[in-house]
Design a protein around this ligand. Structure first.
Ligand SMILES: [Zn+2]
Length: 441
């Protein structure tokens, strides 16, 4: 036994060093990339009977738009930054189509699929577009009443904000929520960007190198500022909730628009969520504060009077390793129930939103100079926000993260070299001993 241990130790020292080297190197690479928490991939594959692939879903939406040129149009917006490219498709609903830029109409901007693993949200986008084009119908909805509601609206739908992240999910990384280069698109906006709470998760919540460093966020920002919507809804999954600002602090805004938002959410909760949905500020209700979110930007900077984040489904009983089940229904009954309930909820908002934001209380508009912030995309999308809703100067400071990262990489490299030299010495000192089989007994 002693000999076996001794003999094994000579060859296994080298093996140990080799594997230790690999483990250590891979661990450090993960740490360098901010991947502190190793998140296991889910074992449950995407249920293809229920869910479209991203390619198929976008093809189906494209075909739908082509079948209804009187109501729907579609544009694809591309942006590139440091070799990373993103593309976002935007579908516009406008009855008669000619009035696409009619500023007298009530404007609604909806985004789905900002997080790659939340597939159900993009299915809901497709369902809503199918109902808007009258290929599908809502039960208990009078067509005449629906038409009179839709006649006053322009609705822009982003069915899949994070296509690159979604492709990673489809390739098997079912826990991936970030974009194609590891940035959380709901932490990459400028309001309170980069602030880290004690429970901050550097893997899940990587905010990017600067506000708007990501092409997807740049596209969405431009879209929001040019469209100037009355209602913004960022659609997610993981729980059932109807959130209003703020995400970065534990309070809701003061004043009339906050009162309107809360009323609207209570109506939706009562009639379409069976009072199950959590209501309130994202930061106050979800259990953690989120900095640099899209909804806080829409409310504070783009001055969208009704800005929401909806969480449309979550399975709290699912294992924390089963990401697909945590964020997406896995049986047909639940899948259909979620799409039916939430499409009805959205059409209720299409009706209630304009009523709430009546002409007595027109959209608060900001001076152009305040709203339009120049963005130099050659400078990594780096942005200095000029002012917030409260007029406070906000500056985005770069805390020398690049330098810290470079020093850390040098430290990692020297550590790996030292470990390698240590292993070489062991290997030399053991070379006179007999080399036994590496196969364990
Ligand atoms: Zn999400």
């Amino acid at each position: 036994m002693g000999r076996r241990v001794l003999s094994l130790s000579s060859s296994s020292s080298i093996r140990f060093c080799f594997f230790a080297f690999l483990q250590y190197a891979s661990f450090l690479v993960l740490v360098v990339n901010g991947k502190k928490n190793l998140i296991p991939s889910s074992s449950m594959p995407v249920n293809r009977d229920l869910y479209h692939s991203s390619g198929d879903l976008m093809e189906q939406i494209k075909a739908l738009v082509h079948r209804h040129p009187d109501k729907l149009t579609m544009e694809r917006i591309k942006s590139r930054n440091k070799g990373y490219q993103a593309e976002i498709s935007v579908v516009t609903y406008c009855w008669g189509r000619k009035e696409n830029d009619d500023r007298s109409k009530f404007r609604i901007l909806l985004s789905f699929g900002q997080h790659g693993r939340e597939l159900i949200t993009s299915e809901l986008a497709f369902r809503i577009l199918s109902i808007l084009s009258e290929e599908q119908f809502l039960p208990n909805m009078d067509p005449a009443s629906l038409n009179s509601t839709l006649d006053k609206l322009i609705i822009k739908v982003v069915p899949m904000e994070n296509l690159n992240g979604r492709k990673l999910v489809e390739a098997g990384d079912l826990c991936e929520r970030r974009n194609g280069r590891g940035v959380d698109l709901n932490r990459n906006w400028s309001v309170d960007w980069g602030k880290k709470e004690k429970d901050y998760n550097p893997y899940e919540e990587n905010p990017g190198t600067a506000p708007f460093s990501e092409p997807e966020t740049q596209i969405m920002r431009k879209l929001a500022l040019s469209f100037d919507p009355h209602v913004w809804i960022n659609v997610h999954s993981g729980m059932e909730a109807l959130f209003m600002p703020y995400d970065h602090k534990n309070t809701t805004p003061d004043g009339f628009s906050a009162h309107q938002m809360k009323f609207l959410l209570e109506e939706v909760n009562r009639h379409h969520c069976q009072e199950r949905c959590m209501i309130g500020s994202g930061g106050g209700s979800v259990g953690y504060l989120a900095h640099g979110t899209a909804t806080d930007f829409m409310y504070d900077i783009a001055r969208v009077p009704m800005a929401f984040t909806f969480e449309i489904y979550g399975d709290e009983a699912a294992s924390s390793q089963d990401c697909f089940k945590m964020f997406n229904p896995t049986d047909l009954t639940t899948f259909n129930r979620v799409l039916n309930d939430w499409s009805a909820a959205f059409f209720a908002i299409f009706k209630l939103g304009p009523q709430q934001l009546s002409e007595d209380h027109p959209k608060v508009s900001a001076p152009k100079s305040d709203k339009w912030v120049s963005i130099d995309e050659n400078l990594d999308g780096y942005l200095m926000e000029r002012s917030s809703r409260n007029g406070k100067k906000m500056e985005v400071l770069d805390f020398g993260m690049q330098e810290i990262r470079t020093y850390f990489r040098l430290f990692v490299l020297s550590s790996v070299l030292l470990l390698f030299m240590f292993c070489s010495r062991i290997s030399k000192s053991k070379s006179s001993r007999p080399v036994l089989s590496a196969i364990p007994l």
